[in-house]
Design a protein around this ligand. Sequence first.
Ligand code: FES
Length: 78
Amino acid sequence: MTRLVELEETGPRKLDPSDLDDENGDIAVCQCGLSESFPFCDGSHRQTRDEDDGTTYIYEDGDRRVVERIVTAEGDAA
Ligand code: FES
């Protein structure tokens, strides 16, 4: 499975000690791209548990859709 994710930042987010989770003492960085607290994990990745291998998804306004076709300047990508 893959996911289309839109990100608007153009630079890095530097982490500091205030980013540590008070309960767990660690920092969980989002790797799914769905967190409302990006770059930190907020549990939104749970929505991806039933995604199928070989399928591309997009999540918008709380809904998930399957992406059938991606067109880039170079041509079809999916
Ligand atoms: S890994 Fe993205 S919300 Fe947890």
